[in-house]
Design a protein around this ligand. Sequence first.
Ligand SMILES: NC(=O)C1=CN([C@@H]2O[C@H](COP(=O)(O)OP(=O)(O)OC[C@H]3O[C@@H](n4cnc5c(N)ncnc54)[C@H](OP(=O)(O)O)[C@@H]3O)[C@@H](O)[C@H]2O)C=CC1
Ligand SMILES: CC(=O)N[C@@H](CCC(=O)OP(=O)(O)O)C(=O)O
Length: 344
Amino acid sequence: MKVSIVGTTGYGGVELLRILHQHPEFVIHSIHSTKEEVPIWNEYPHLFGLINKNIEEIDYDRIGEESELVFLATPSGVSSKIVGQLIDKNIKIIDLSGDLRLKNPNDYQLWYGKEPLNKHVTDEAVYGLSEWNSEEIKQAQWIANPGCYPTSTLLGLAPVVKNRLIDLKSIVVDGKSGTSGAGRGLNKGSLYAEVNENFKIYKVNEHQHTPEIEQQLQDWIGEAKPITFSTHLLPMTRGIMTTMYVQLLKEWETDRIIDLYKDIYDQQPFVRVRPRGNFPSVKEVCGSNFCDIGLDVDQRTGRLTIVSVIDNLMKGAAGQAVQNANIMMGLDQTSGLKFTPLYP
Ligand SMILES: NC(=O)C1=CN([C@@H]2O[C@H](COP(=O)(O)OP(=O)(O)OC[C@H]3O[C@@H](n4cnc5c(N)ncnc54)[C@H](OP(=O)(O)O)[C@@H]3O)[C@@H](O)[C@H]2O)C=CC1
Ligand SMILES: CC(=O)N[C@@H](CCC(=O)OP(=O)(O)O)C(=O)O
């Protein structure tokens, strides 16, 4: 099956190359960005001798005619214009940016500060949280691939929210990310001297993933309360940890909560629920498509602490995008994604 990638020179795009290069069914047909006719290994010398392809001009007609599926790993605001050029072609689209995720155009305008896409496109797009939306993903033409923080957060919150075990007003999400989450573009905040031996909070109470998380909670149970969501930058390359604090509505033992999570995620190959007393660290999932979850009930406060870790470029972006592509194309969802985490 032929696939194209737009935005190949970015971190999400190059992670797609790493996965798709060894995928048993998908064949990388064409790769694109605004740079043209440059061999991809010029941008990424680690691919020398492995992927001998040039970055090509973005010709929407050709992409639509020659490929069955296109991954857009382009910045928000850019993706929406590309989607606009591709929607009348008979091609499946998986967009890694935030452009297709928010159903309410005012939310997009407010949180991204950009012009929203036509509402009929965002209405049609399926939110690609693979573990929870696989039936819709199977039928989808366009996928809004979830953001990195929302993936980690929602997989961690889903069991207690869907089972209405918590006070929705109590949700506090504390997120921390490595710098690859900010992409390959030059920006002062990601410089070594700014990040090394440092730890900072950013986008306080205005992170664009806030409405995405709230929208999914609303979808699941028909109601949602505003959440507190904080994001921090850590001096590491890959990885996200979200620690969530939620008030339980009645008394629960840690063991029972862990059993509930285990039952719910039992059939999900990429979600690993840790045993009592064992909490995941980001390195334990890096390079893989796993989301690892650790849980503990604080008997003194009645609050549950949920720790969820992913690799932002894998389960948080390219890995989940390929998982969704597998589901859309009727393949096993783990095809090409059985990476063991890179440790140490
Ligand atoms: N990094 C992460 O962990 C995650 C990222 N995402 C989202 O995925 C998308 C890609 O992220 P990331 O790879 O980190 O970003 P990068 O900034 O690293 O890469 C962006 C890519 O888009 C290309 N690009 C920029 N403008 C255009 C344009 N007008 N037309 C075609 N291509 C263009 C760039 O190529 P060039 O400069 O060569 O033209 C580059 O290849 C973003 O929307 C991001 O928010 C989502 C989840 C996690
Ligand atoms: C570390 C870092 O800066 N991370 C980025 C993740 C951005 C992203 O993935 O953006 P969309 O999902 O909205 O497209 C951020 O927090 O904004």
